[in-house]
Design a protein around this ligand. Structure first.
Ligand SMILES: Nc1nc(=O)c2c([nH]1)NC[C@@H]1CN(c3ccc(C(=O)N[C@@H](CCC(=O)O)C(=O)O)cc3)CN21
Ligand SMILES: CC(C)C(=O)C(=O)O
Ligand SMILES: [Mg+2]
Length: 277
């Protein structure tokens, strides 16, 4: 069944129709097992390049390759049968030219079965967005705090906190909508900026650290589960504390192996015939 093109799969068009009447709920996933747990509860699953930090222990998202995004993206599509799946284009795979972006984004879609890609940037990505969209690739534009620009931003710092930068970001948002982006992702921006952008465009605006003014919300799943604690941005809310549960389970296993109480006969295979002499 999961290999079929499902009729009730949420599409970018379905997300667009939700703007103005129903909040869009989104979470990230990197694996099939997490995707299948998240899928019943969300309309949109983002396979984020945050996988580099959360699953590979890297200090930024810059080291993630196209191959890594394709492998995790394919796993997520196999695990999710209802939500729209959008995959982050990793650093260096799309900034060079619209042609480079199309070559790599088309590989992402053809090898994963996802429905679109997300790319980070500002006005410099407008032509690329239009190039991909005209050739059949739905594009979500990620603006505001763009983690792939961490070295220029001087850290993961909230954006659009002045009147001037807010007006600039609103103009960029409007331009992305005009160039065919099906949705915007706004990260770590002020509430007035989020409210202005959401009112100014006719496409869905998904926020992370961008106030309730957005059309929808996304967070990194490991963050809401208390599974990633290298840092805790103020916009993260922990809905569970799974790390201590995992530690306790591992400690219990270790203790039982060392004292010989695991495994028991219930965990062992018997001979299929009478034991031989
Ligand atoms: N697990 C995870 N969750 C995320 O939300 C996430 C990632 N990884 N990786 C990529 C980016 C990085 N993100 C972050 C990380 C930290 C802050 C943060 O703490 N910002 C503070 C301090 C900034 C500073 O001065 O260094 C701020 O006030 O903006 C914000 C966004 C969001 N993204
Ligand atoms: C904003 C989130 C969805 C993201 O880009 C990531 O997790 O990489
Ligand atoms: Mg990302």
């Amino acid at each position: 069944m999961s290999q079929h093109v499902s009729n009730d799969r949420v599409t970018p068009l379905v997300l667009q129709k939700m703007k103005g009447n129903t909040k869009i709920v989104s979470l990230t996933a990197y694996t099939s097992s997490m995707a299948s747990l998240v899928d019943p509860h969300v309309e949109l699953i983002i396979v984020g390049d945050s996988v580099g930090m959360v699953a590979y222990g890297q200090a930024s998202t810059l080291g993630v390759s196209l191959e890594t995004m394709i492998n995790h993206g394919a796993a997520v599509v196999r695990g999710a049968n209802r939500a729209c799946v959008i995959i982050d284009m990793p650093f260096g795979s799309y900034q060079e030219s619209p042609q480079q972006a199309f070559r790599n984004a088309s590989r992402v879609l053809s090898r994963t079965g996802a429905q679109g890609v997300k790319l980070e940037g500002g006005a410099e990505m407008l032509a690329t967005t239009q190039f991909l969209v005209e050739r059949g690739i739905p594009v979500m534009a990620h603006i505001g705090l763009t983690p792939q620009h961490v070295n220029r931003l001087g850290g993961f710092k909230a954006q659009a906190r002045t009147a001037e930068s807010t007006a600039q970001l609103r103009d960029v948002a409007v331009a992305f909508a005009q160039h065919g982006a099906f949705a915007l992702l706004v990260e770590a921006i002020s509430e007035p900026a989020a409210a202005r952008i959401t009112a100014a465009v006719n496409i869905p605006v998904i926020g992370i650290g961008a106030s309730p003014a957005c059309d929808g919300q996304v967070l990194v799943t490991e963050d809401i589960l208390g599974l990633f604690s290298d840092y805790s941005p103020r916009f993260v809310k922990r809905y569970a504390e799974l790390s201590p549960l995992i530690s306790t389970a591992c400690a219990q296993f270790a203790m039982e192996v060392r004292q010989g109480s695991f495994p028991t006969s219930a965990h062992c295979f018997t001979m299929l015939e009478q034991p031989m002499e």
